[in-house]
Design a protein around this ligand. Structure first.
Ligand code: ADP
Ligand code: MG
Length: 660
């Protein structure tokens, strides 16, 4: 593959949209005496002396002096004989490079050099420096950009009227300014604004188109059925639905009754009660003689959902089955056959299990829990598969509205913005590791009083094996010290059935104190657990801390979260712990997280992987985002030919992906 292809630069538009990382200013000469360390600069002087030295390593050292008598040293570590022979002593040199100042004065290592004369004219404008990979030199990139610039059809997708209204320059003008500036473009230069606007517009158009393509598909309408299963479930619950749950359900019920596939995201903070709403949706499918599939990101969560769905739905005569990685092959095949024959109404399992070719007889609804775990790509491919199938995504990652607008433009969103009543807020404390012993004693007493404890040993350096050891060590140590307490251990290496057995024992309160790795992070629901202790909490991100803490505070009793940390916190870690201590509001935490980390990371790697925004930042560029969204709606509404042109330029081949 050629160097340019490795950079993804095979089409002219890709080349002109490959924008500079920074610029070099060769437009003015800085006299040697005025150079300061660390800056990149153009300077000049006469070569007074040049020699090859062999110690401490082979290098060429040149000394230059200008008319003021100021001096600079040039050092070449890699050089050819021809190269130094082209630099005779006495010649006047122009140098461009980074200035270093040391004990021995100013120097440049490997500057660009050419023979010149005092006062020779300088190059006009700034020189672009492009992002690159090993083996692709700047001149190659400059040539590719220049060739593309000359070859392109520059018809602007924003007409003159639109540009005036938006206050943005023409695209050609903007890109010329960024590739060949006379003066340094600031971060908020109109040229950058135009590029960001176009990028946001492309992202928005592609998501809206993906949505429209799916909306044009037919789906089985799922109106309220004669069996009245949803009402029966709701009246069998020991609690009334919250207002927010009812509102979300109304949106979902209305979507399901239509002949187009539902594409809805149900957002709600941890513990908001999304699962019951998903169960209601599944029942709508069953009432209509159809099947529903419920997918969870982990085995643990799938097992837990299976238990809940059985408990809620089986009394109503609904046939529920679970597909699990721990099942024997024969067992799984028997289940798959039952699903294909329509002998099962609701199937619960992990995403992976569904990918292994399970055929449904009459699938009408797919529920994806904790969908932020899956990422945009998987979400779109999943939705693309299900001709005629409604999809309900659920997420506990509360992302700010502007980000939601950008990343979920292909979905309708319902928010459960109210927690079930009767929960007392979790009290969070941050405690240094030297006091770990006190914490352990206190928890042993709490267990004696009928409380249950989660004790989480998180990631040690990204290594699952080490994480496992930390958890196992803690488990052994605690168990030895407190024989009166019933300890349990759960981690990712356990077989699914063993994990489920431990969780079930914890749920039944046969275990008081559960030592765990971060496998319990998502979804796990044991209302009697009131203590969450996180060791090395400084190693975790805010979203993860919030998720983990959300495992407690699910019942009527006061819950506590203790964040243990190793003294000597970094500034960022200190801020994170402070944020999590002071707030239990997922949206507030997400907003602060965004300030600390930036949007790409907030959504996790999988999420930001595909619709990568290279230039725009939906949070910073919120005004542009709103304008771009508006224009995207207009274009799509009137089938503007600019849609195809714009997407072609920005997404090229990636478009096919969005259109599935
Ligand atoms: P999440 O939204 O995080 O998935 P869950 O669906 O697991 O939350 O619900 C958390 C807990 O709250 C569960 O024990 C669930 O049974 C309970 N719950 C759900 N809705 C209500 C309600 N309206 N009133 C009281 N408890 C509820
Ligand atoms: Mg959940």
């Amino acid at each position: 593959m050629s160097g340019l292809a490795r950079l993804g630069l095979t089409e002219p538009w890709q080349c002109v949209l490959h924008l500079p990382l920074r610029y070099e200013d060769e437009s003015r000469v800085t006299p040697i005496g005025a150079l300061s360390g660390g800056e990149h600069a153009l300077t000049e002087g006469r070569l007074m002396h040049g020699e090859v030295r062999l110690r401490p390593r082979r290098q060429w050292i040149g000394k230059l002096r200008d008319d003021h008598g100021d001096e600079i040293t040039v050092r070449l570590i890699h050089f050819s004989n021809a190269q130094i022979q082209a630099l005779p002593v006495g010649s006047w040199l122009r140098l461009y490079g980074e200035v270093r100042s040391s004990l021995f004065g100013r120097e440049m290592i490997h500057p660009r050099m050419r023979i010149s004369e005092p006062g020779a004219p300088t190059r006009a404008g700034l020189t672009a420096v492009y992002p690159t990979v090993a083996g692709v030199a700047q001149p190659t990139l400059r040539r590719a950009v220049a060739a593309a610039f000359a070859a392109l059809d520059w018809s602007d997708t924003l007409d003159a009227a639109a540009r005036v209204r938006l206050g943005l320059p023409a695209l050609r003008e903007a890109l010329a300014r960024l590739h060949y500036p006379q003066t340094l473009p600031a971060g908020d230069d109109l040229a950058w604004q135009r590029v960001r606007f176009d990028e946001l517009l492309a992202q928005r158009l592609s998501l809206r188109l993906a949505r429209r393509v799916r909306a044009a598909l037919a789906a089985t309408p799922l109106p309220a059925g004669a069996r009245g299963l949803v009402d029966a479930l709701v009246s069998s619950l020991p609690f009334p639905l919250t207002g927010a749950q009812q509102r979300a359900w109304q949106h979902i019920a209305a979507d399901l009754a239509r002949g187009q596939p539902m594409q809805r995201l149900l957002q709600g903070d941890v513990g908001a009660g999304k699962t019951i709403v998903a169960a209601m949706a599944a029942l709508r499918a069953v009432e209509n003689g159809r099947q529903a599939a419920v997918m969870a990101p982990t085995e643990l969560l799938a097992e837990q959902h299976l238990t809940k769905f059985r408990q809620w739905l089986e009394p109503l005569g609904v046939r529920v089955a679970g597909l699990s990685g721990g099942q024997k092959k024969a067992e799984r095949e028997r289940l798959a056959a039952a699903v294909a024959a329509g002998e099962v109404d609701v199937v619960v399992g992990t995403h992976a299990l569904f990918q292994k070719g399970v055929e449904f007889r009459a699938l009408a609804l797919v529920v994806v829990d904790e969908q932020h775990r899956f990422g945009v790509a998987q979400r779109l491919s999943l939705a693309g598969k299900g001709e005629g199938v409604h999809s309900l995504m659920m997420s506990a990652t509360p992302i700010p509205r502007t980000l939601a607008m950008s990343y979920y433009a292909d979905l309708d969103v319902s928010v459960i913005d109210e927690l079930p009543p009767g929960r007392s807020p979790i009290e969070t404390r941050v405690i240094g590791n030297p006091r770990r012993g006190e914490v352990v004693e206190k928890l042993a007493l709490a267990c004696g009083d009928g409380h249950q404890v989660y004790w989480v040993c998180p990631l040690v350096e990204e290594s699952e094996a080490l994480q496992l050891r930390a958890a196992t060590d803690a488990f052994e140590e605690l168990r030895a010290a407190h024989p009166g307490v019933r300890f349990g251990l759960v981690h990712g290496r356990l077989a699914a059935a063993e994990k489920a057995a431990v969780m079930a024992a914890f749920q039944r309160h046969e275990i008081d104190w559960l030592v765990a790795t971060t496998v319990i992070e998502v979804g796990v629901d044991v209302p009697n657990a009131t203590w969450m202790v996180i060791e090395h909490s400084e190693r975790l991100g805010l979203a993860q801390l919030h998720q983990l803490r959300g495992r407690v505070g699910r019942g009527p009793r006061q819950s506590h979260c203790i964040l243990l940390f190793e003294p000597g916190l970094s500034e960022n870690a200190r801020k994170r712990l402070e944020i999590i201590r002071n707030s239990t509001d997922g949206f507030e935490i997400a907003r602060r997280d965004l300030e600390l980390r930036g949007p790409g990371e907030l959504l996790g790697k999988s999420q930001s992987g595909q619709p990568l925004l290279r230039f725009a930042d939906p949070e910073r560029d919120v005004a542009l985002l709103e304008q771009a969204s508006q224009l995207a709606e207009d274009w799509i509404a009137r089938d503007d030919p600019a849609v195809a042109v714009h997407l072609d330029r920005w997404l090229g081949e990636r478009q096919g992906f969005w259109r599935t």
